[in-house]
Design a protein around this ligand. Structure first.
Ligand SMILES: Cc1cc2nc3c(=O)[nH]c(=O)nc-3n(C[C@H](O)[C@H](O)[C@H](O)COP(=O)(O)OP(=O)(O)OC[C@H]3O[C@@H](n4cnc5c(N)ncnc54)[C@H](O)[C@@H]3O)c2cc1C
Length: 401
């Protein structure tokens, strides 16, 4: 019998594992493929926290609550934003090197935020986080079982029994006093069902959430999905890739086929995505060589606004990704259309990360209520750390209660 079983190794699962070990619990972590293979590792843009001198957690709350259409549970959102500065300090202590310019922390304004609040670790903040968290999980003494997925969960008196399947198809059982579900929002699975593209890692499948719901766990806003406004439409080889929101933070503008701008590029994501869809529906979209329709993202504006060489330096990853397809985004605008990206809703939790199933906790994209029905960019990575650590600690304390 282990104290805590953690399902998933994105930001939420790994943060939970570290916290549970710090609280003295024995931990088994199972994950579908390699430790850290997750949506978290794909995150490029950054993580939000109110740490700038002119910022406050109250403003972070207000921006996030408004963007989520007032559908967030206020106490969960308050826990998220108030945990922001501490989460950044914790990641820093684990070795995540947040980007500085001339020794000053780089903080960028992104869509829906009234002032700069987004921190970055290079251009691939999620990958940097995964690297640091993975090392900390390995050091923590958690029993990590890779290529192992949860296939069933059942109650056994006061504890739980998880049925897990290895890649070779063999099945075993793990008895545990508490469970932390951190298996993400599963949107790659949803996209596959709908025949759509998504930005998600192939491991992002919804069976863990569905399993919890089948056991009676409450969920909310399950069908509230977020589209990333600027999914790459052309070249076709980039389909499913989203140009990070920071392209718009740095000055890239959106245009219809006639070259007209039609939306505030730094409005919340759903506003921008809906505006693009409307433009295409009105017949004002631009057409890709394969007939797909989208709008222009004028990435050439970035260097015009910030000086030559800015894109190659600050957006090297996206710049190189397009260069490999023969497109120089500093010289050519690119075609974009919204792409399935994030599940806003999920399992109901309280401020301690407890689901409505006794002894079952959850954190990260698998949960609902933190962001309402539209998440602000950068708030999800923060969610994984703040609620991952809370859920890990709560699960560890349960057997001692
Ligand atoms: C391309 C991209 C860019 C993004 N950029 C940003 C950004 O800049 N800022 C931001 O805040 N957010 C961003 N997001 C969103 C954010 O990265 C995710 O919402 C967040 O990382 C989810 O973390 P998680 O730990 O909840 O789940 P995930 O990171 O999705 O991890 C889920 C884990 O569960 C495992 N799992 C799934 N099913 C099972 C099973 N049956 N058994 C065992 N394990 C299982 C998976 O293998 C995986 O390890 C981005 C997302 C994508 C896809």
């Amino acid at each position: 019998m282990t104290d805590v079983l953690i399902v998933g190794s994105g930001g939420a699962g790994m943060s939970a594992a570290i916290a549970a070990r710090e609280a003295g619990a024995t931990v088994v972590l199972i994950t579908k493929s390699a430790l850290g293979a997750s949506n978290t590792g794909r995150a490029q843009g950054g993580i939000q926290a109110a740490i700038a001198a002119d910022d406050s957690t109250a403003d972070h709350f207000d921006d996030s609550f408004a963007a989520g259409h007032s559908d967030a549970r206020p106490q969960l959102l308050r826990t998220l934003v108030e945990g922001g500065p501490g989460a950044i300090a914790w990641l820093d202590s684990l070795g995540v090197a947040f980007t500085r310019d001339d020794d000053v922390l780089r903080i960028i304004r992104c869509g829906g935020a009234r002032r700069p609040r987004l921190l970055q670790a290079g251009e691939r903040t999620g990958a940097e986080m995964v690297q640091a968290l993975r090392a900390a999980v390995r050091e923590s003494g958690a029993d990590v079982r890779e290529s192992t997925e949860l296939s069933a969960l059942s109650r056994d008196g006061d504890s739980w029994v998880a049925r897990v399947r290895a890649k070779d198809g063999s099945e075993t059982e793990i008895s545990t006093r508490a469970v932390v579900l951190a298996a993400g929002g599963g949107l790659a699975g949803e996209a596959a069902r709908l025949g759509l593209k998504s930005t998600n890692h192939p491991d992002a499948t919804p069976e863990v959430m569905e399993l919890a719901i089948a056991l009676g766990a409450q969920a909310e806003h399950l069908d509230s999905w977020q589209r990333h406004p600027t999914g790459a439409l052309w070249p076709a080889a980039l389909a499913g890739y989203a140009l990070p929101e920071t392209t718009r933070s740095y000055g890239a503008t959106l245009h219809d086929v006639a070259g007209e701008r039609f939306v505030d590029e730094l409005a919340p994501r759903d506003v921008v995505a809906n505006a693009i869809i409307r433009i295409v529906e009105e017949g004002r979209g631009a057409t890709a060589p394969d007939g797909a329709e989208g709008v222009w993202l004028d990435t050439t504006a970035i260097d015009r606004e910030n000086g030559a060489g800015f894109t190659a330096k600050r957006l090297a990853y996206v710049h190189n990704r397009y260069l490999r397809q023969g497109v120089d985004i500093t010289k050519e605008r690119v075609l974009v259309y919204p792409v399935l990206h994030y599940r806003n809703g999920g399992l109901v939790i309280d401020e301690q990360g407890a689901t409505t199933l006794d002894g079952v906790f959850a954190a990260g994209e698998i949960t609902g209520g933190v962001h309402g029905t539209n998440r602000l960019m950068g708030n999800s990575l923060l969610d994984t750390v703040v609620f991952g650590r809370i859920a890990g600690r709560s699960a560890a304390r349960r057997p001692l209660a």
